[in-house]
Design a protein. Sequence first.
Lengths: 246, 219, 224
Amino acid sequence: MKIEHLTKSFEDNVVLDDVSFTVHKGEVIVVVGPSGCGKSTMLRCINALEPIQGGKITIDGDEILYGSKNLSSLRQKIGMVFQSYDLFPHLSVLDNILLAPLKVQKRKKDEVIKEATELLERVGLGDKAKSYPRQLSGGQKQRVAIVRALCMHPEMMLFDEVTAALDPEMVREVLDVILGLAKGGMTMIIVTHEMQFARAVADRVLFLENGNIIEDADPDTFFENPKTERAKQFLNIFNFERSKEK
Amino acid sequence: MNWDFIWKYLPLYEKAALLTVKIGWAGIALAIIIGILCAIVLYFRIAVLRRIVSVYIEISRNTPLLIQLFFIYYALPKIGVPVSPEACGVAGLAFLGGSYMAEAFRSGLEAIEPIQMESALSLGLEKSQALRYVIMPQAVSVSVPAFVANVIFLLKETSVFSAISLMDLMFTAKDLIGLYYKTTESLLMLVVFYLIILLPVSILGSILERRLRHAGFGS
Amino acid sequence: MPDLGLDVLFKGKNMLRLLGGLWVAVKISLISVAISIPLGILLGIIMTSKNPIIKAVTRVYLEFIRIMPQLVLLFIVFFGSTSALGINISGELASVIVFTVWGTAEMGDLVRGALISIPKHQYESSAALALTPAKTYIYVIIPQTVRRLIPLSINLITRMIKTTSLILMIGVVEVLKVAQQIIEANRMSSPNAAFGVYLTVLLLYFIICWPISMLAKRLEKKWG
């Protein structure tokens, strides 16, 4: 996937300013940065949930364009998991997972059920297929959301602060699933505030501030020797907050 | 109280009630279709159509059904659109009800978090599929209470149909009062028949509402 | 351009007569609203009572009034008063009675709804600030209730005005009746008068109700 000169603004407010980077197959990219730096917006642009004002996003050479006709087929290549509230509350866990494979990819029902059941087992939710979202904890919901996206056989996954709305004790179970995916070679872009997790999972870290990529480094370099003063400050603030919490 | 009188004219009321129910439900069915279409236009902010729908809703909600019926029944034929009383009843009810149903469904749609649409799209669903499988089922159940209230409101509004010479319950009651001066009996039957038509809807409505509240989607 | 029968409106005092008819309808609804609001507030407060008998009685009153078409209520009062009480009341009086009884029920329900929607912690935190119950009502509860109620009561006015169109059916000479008279009188000279006149009546109602609905909507947004 290639992102070239991506520019996005809401009215006069420039949120993403000429952002470019390339994601290689099997690569795990973690995006960090202060709140409001445009991280989430960037993911939403990649999935064409927002119109963009400039630049080009391509996957396998096909351009992802807001409002274009072939969006559905391109979006099938990209799985996305949101911060919260994205399971369909009127459908059971299984039906949540089945909806897109059946209606969009027109696959056979028993085959998809089999795959969905296996995936649910793998994330430790084998017994929840018949449950409704309201009966699940936040962590369980996010794991279902991940399974739902995986069932479409995406070539890459986008994670938008998937643990930000969770109680602390549930963060781990979700992050473990994502770590598992990384080991399995899934291409991913992850926006997160969990720094330890970022370091563990990332092949590359992007530091975003005011709509610009300020650092693009491997995790060890970024966390040990950030090049810019801003990244240093950001990591410091984080440590301070951490120590205060403890 | 003259029970013989009541017994004798019961069939007249039955026939009238049937007419009310028939035209009522036909009008309400049309109103629901109009309402859903208008709500979708407003929800997706479809250009031009949105303007038309807003104007329609304001006119429909700010004028009485009786006048709407008079206009359809007596005025439209003057510009070459002849309308039978039955068709006028259905059309009038649909014209009035469409805007009320539209408001009910629109607030149902707006109660659904935008992320529901986004996550459906991100799974590769087309907008129309997302609307059909994800947004609509939720919006409809959110709007059930308003929807039931509208159905009761519209069934009540059918009481003005006698003004366009439909032989409904009001027409029958007025006729009997005028002919035989059996006012108490005629009025009693009028009330009883309206209760027979409206009470079940009202009770069903509160059962539905309670059940939905208990099921409470709340993600 | 077909003859739309608009000329009739400008003949003689026809437009004035229509407006006069409209005024009859508006007057009846304004009188009814003016009586309904205080009675409704009273009813609403009574309905929050915990006494089971009061609760049952007010509930039956409310449910009956709300489930019956207003035209049925008009018939009951207009025709029923003659047969049951042996008195003849005018259509205007019957209308005011029915709309007041109906308006009181609707207003009562609104007031009850607004009162019970004030969360308990509002009372508790007022008490914690050492406000007396009377002061709690004056400074905390009533202002919140009123804000909720004003848009809803304004809506009730438009509903009332629209419903007054029904009084034609019990023989009150209001705008629609005047319209019929005008059309009838000009049947020969202007056969298409029905179009122009009924369109005008429709617009007159719209011109009265629409600004009021807009005001209610704006207040609802502002205080919502």
